[in-house]
Design a binder for this molecule. Structure first.
Ligand code: B12
Length: 230
């Protein structure tokens, strides 16, 4: 098997091949190759939007769709599927991604890609027994290194991003209130302020979906911690 075959199989399933790496002993994964799959720009969303999971009104539709599609792909490739959700503990997808493709931590915390900007995510990985030949890693520097103005940091209406990290509670409180209706409907202002990969920004339906899913995830983690629902 080679990477081109996996890329074609992933694309047929509606997913983008996000890169691959050779796990080491420190990763604790008994596999020769770990292949990352996900959404990149507008790739991935149409396949999900046309799925039964997108319309069945049950919880976690993207995660359930990912599991169905990537489990099937893993079975075809004789590999084992791993997912970024379902924790804690979480599989270290961001750390894996930094070894699989030219992504770097952005000031917002999420990884930035020189082409896709902030408009990408990981839907799963497949651990393959064989060691597949991989191209040498891309040495592209982070686009944030040359960005002096950092418009992303100034764009959040409640200043949720700072040197101290991401204040998810401040973000959630704002977007759950009427004053945050713009963020809820149009997507995260900070992410939208980034000029990198602007052509790959999510469409309105995808942006609104992710904001609603983010709200739902915060609400369920608050419930787990015994906090009042907002
Ligand atoms: C818990 C979680 C959250 C929590 C807390 C996030 C936080 N910032 O604290 C909440 C619910 C708030 C959240 C929110 C969002 N999340 Co989130 N989240 C996760 C999740 C499930 C686990 C993260 C984790 O703790 N990993 C555990 C550690 C061990 O893994 P790790 O790979 O080592 O990750 C760490 C390193 O990257 C490290 N790190 C940072 N910089 C550097 C630099 C170097 C050199 C190194 C070595 C490491 C390093 O920090 C990470 C966190 O500890 C991941 C999925 C996953 N499995 O990784 C998604 C994930 C990180 N989230 C994602 C996204 C998109 C979001 C949102 C934008 C969702 C939205 N609204 O659309 C928001 C905004 C988050 C933000 N700006 O930080 C994406 C990010 C994709 C990307 N481009 O990087 C992920 C990967 C999910 C996915 N399916 O793709 N999230």
């Amino acid at each position: 098997m080679d990477l081109a075959t996996i890329r074609t199989a992933a694309r047929a399933a509606g997913l983008a091949l996000r890169g691959a790496l050779h796990p080491t002993e420190a990763d604790g994964i008994a596999a020769g190759t770990l292949v990352l799959l996900g959404f990149a720009g507008q790739q991935g969303w149409p396949a999900f939007a046309a799925s039964a999971e997108a319309w069945d009104r049950a919880a976690d539709p993207v995660d359930r769709w990912s599991r169905r599609v990537i489990d099937a792909l893993a079975a075809r490739l004789s590999g084992t599927a791993l997912y970024p959700f379902g924790g804690p503990p979480w599989h270290p997808f961001q750390r894996w991604a930094m070894r699989a493709e030219p992504v770097h931590p952005s000031p917002l915390g999420i990884l930035i890609h020189p082409d896709w900007g902030l408009w990408h995510s990981y839907r799963g990985a497949i651990a393959l027994p064989e060691r597949i030949a991989l191209p040498p890693p891309d040495a592209w520097p982070s686009p944030c290194a040359a960005c002096v103005e950092r418009p992303c940091l100034a764009a959040c209406p409640v200043g949720a991003f700072s040197a101290g990290g991401y204040d998810a509670d401040a973000c959630f409180t704002h977007i759950a209130a009427p004053s945050g209706a713009d963020c809820m409907a149009g997507g995260c202002r900070a992410r939208l302020a980034c000029p990198v990969g602007a052509a790959h920004r999510y469409g309105a339906a995808q942006a609104a979906f992710h904001m609603a899913a983010f709200c739902a995830s915060r609400a369920s983690s608050a419930r787990l911690r015994g906090m009042p629902q907002r």
